[in-house]
Design a protein around this ligand. Structure first.
Ligand code: NAP
Length: 489
């Protein structure tokens, strides 16, 4: 594995370009014009995804020829994609990220000349490295009852290891000194805790980089109070989504926030912002985010000199006071095309008061494709959580389930409602809903629950109640692989 590019017979690197929706074509064209003016051995293969494709009746929003092109080129410059209301259940963006396993989303922000913010002068220059394929974003959702929705938060050791290694390698490539891991592991000990534990296990392999865990809510607070303390922040998908919009806000808004979706085989470069449809075709929006995403792409392609030239030309342009409407308002702002032309005119110049980092090639980590990532010596099924839909009260349901479990290998341990133990009663003032989690444990504390024993219990329960789902409770190497309810002993 590692970086693979498709080179044309003329010796140019072939890049799939997706103009996207709304303001997408304007910002993508701006970046292409600058790259072409600089002279970089790149050829574009234009392909489509997003609104126009949904409207053609393609449910994924991504055309087969787009997928074919990306499989070939492995590198994409992409405009934002919209999901028109009434078309497609899934975002075409998420589809592309998952289809090509771009597991890491790198979102840098830095203070820029002439973009006044409450933080100006503090030298903000940080990167959010967001896990890009797992977590709540896997989009596995169920209505368990007509009034109760569930979304599975899946975090794997493998996914965590990939994103943590990418964060450390990226820090090294940008000669950064510190990586924070931001999680909510104090509450979600298994899911968010997996990222924290993986981070702590891997950090010693990078002794040149300071590693520190931070609780995600404190991270948000610290980012607003003392953003200059951060260098790289690695985090889970949902946390990263929210934090990276916050960090965009620190430096002047979404018009300045680039990103790279990095995978072992394919990488997709795009602005953090969306298609901002109200500005489409108006020639007023800020193309900097997409231009800087293209600069990240050039470094990925090992075109370091071109990337340096374009980054300096952007800085020189902004130093000279030429800016778009989002920074200046209507007074004195230039159009998207004038902004682009000014950057082109400034190619070859160097910013006087603003520096550009000294980059080293990113060493993409390599991973086994073995799905069985964690091996344990012993495992035992010790019980089961049965999720029931019932309009009974906790006590009536509890007595009923105790009786139904008689004669089976399992005993009712407790019932919880929205995560709080409600049976046996604890005095908690829980406002119960019609979805109950009923925990049954093996009567034999040393036993290993068989499926036959489980099915017997479910048959007994189903004679009077309706179960909507079950989860086995397992011990791995003697450690419980499940959490306790609030109030559970
Ligand atoms: P958005 O398109 O990012 O726009 C939100 C606001 O951010 C705009 O109204 C504008 O603020 C500002 N903005 C964004 N890009 C700008 C730019 N280049 N220059 C100047 N200002 C900019 O978010 P949205 O309106 O929530 O989403 C619109 C569509 O985009 C949705 O269909 C969404 O699903 C999609 N989307 C796609 C991606 C992607 O493709 N990666 C990402 C996010 C959203 P003001 O109104 O204050 O001027």
């Amino acid at each position: 594995m590692g970086k693979t590019f498709f080179t044309t017979p003329g010796g140019k690197k072939l890049i799939t370009v997706i103009p996207g929706d709304g303001i997408g074509p304007e910002v993508v064209r701006s970046a292409q014009q600058i790259i072409e003016a600089r002279g970089v051995p790149i050829e574009w293969e234009e392909r489509y995804a997003g609104e126009s494709v949904f409207k053609m009746g393609v449910p994924s929003g991504v055309l087969p020829e787009t997928i074919e092109s990306i499989r070939k080129t492995r590198v994409v410059l992409k405009g934002p994609l919209g999901t028109p209301i009434g078309y497609g259940e899934k975002s075409a963006n998420v589809t592309l990220r998952k289809l090509f396993e771009t597991y890491g989303n790198i979102r840098p922000v830095r203070e820029l000349p002439g973009v006044p913010t409450p933080f100006s002068g503090r030298g903000i220059d940080l990167v959010v490295v967001r896990e890009n394929t797992e977590d709540l974003y896997a989009g596995i959702e169920y209505m368990l009852t007509p009034g109760v929705a569930e979304c599975l938060k899946l975090i794997s050791r493998k996914g965590s290891e990939k994103i943590v290694r990418l964060a450390f390698e990226f820090a090294r490539s940008e000669r950064r000194k510190k990586v924070h891991c931001a999680t909510k592991s104090n509450i979600m000990k298994m899911t968010e805790g997996t990222l924290k534990r993986t981070f702590e296990a891997i950090a010693p392999e990078y002794p040149d980089i300071e590693a520190q865990h931070i609780i995600i809510d404190n991270c948000a607070h610290q980012l607003v109070r003392h953003p200059e303390q951060f260098d790289v922040i690695v985090t889970t998908n949902m946390n990263g989504d929210i934090l990276s919009d916050l960090t965009s806000g620190l430096i002047g808004g979404l018009g300045f926030a680039p990103s790279a979706n990095i995978g072992s085989e394919v990488s997709i470069f795009e602005a953090v912002h969306g298609s901002a449809p109200k500005y489409a075709g108006k020639n007023t929006i800020n193309p900097t985010a997409l231009i800087m995403s293209a600069v990240m792409m050039l470094r990925h392609l090992d075109e370091y000199e071109a990337a340096l030239d374009i980054e300096h030309a952007v800085l020189v342009t902004m130093e000279s006071g030429v800016r778009t409407r989002d920074t200046l308002g209507d007074e004195g702002a230039v159009s998207t095309s004038v902004f682009t032309d000014t950057i082109i005119k400034n190619l070859g110049k160097r910013a006087t008061n603003w520096s550009v980092r000294d980059y080293r090639p990113l060493q993409l980590p390599t991973f086994s494709t073995d799905p069985d990532w964690v091996h344990v010596t012993t495992r035992r099924t010790v019980g089961v959580d049965v999720f029931l839909e019932s309009s009974l009260d906790a006590e009536t349901l509890g007595h009923s389930l105790e009786q139904l479990a008689e004669g089976t290998a399992l005993q009712l341990k407790l019932i919880s409602n929205r995560g709080t133990k409600v049976y046996q009663p604890t005095g908690a003032m829980t406002d119960c809903i019609d979805q109950w989690s009923c925990r049954f444990m093996l009567a034999d504390a040393q036993g290993d629950l068989t499926d036959a024993q489980l099915f017997t219990l479910l048959q007994h329960i189903n004679s009077q109640h309706s179960f909507v789902s079950i989860v086995k409770l397992q011990d791995f190497d003697g450690q419980p692989g499940y959490t306790k309810s609030q109030g559970e002993d």
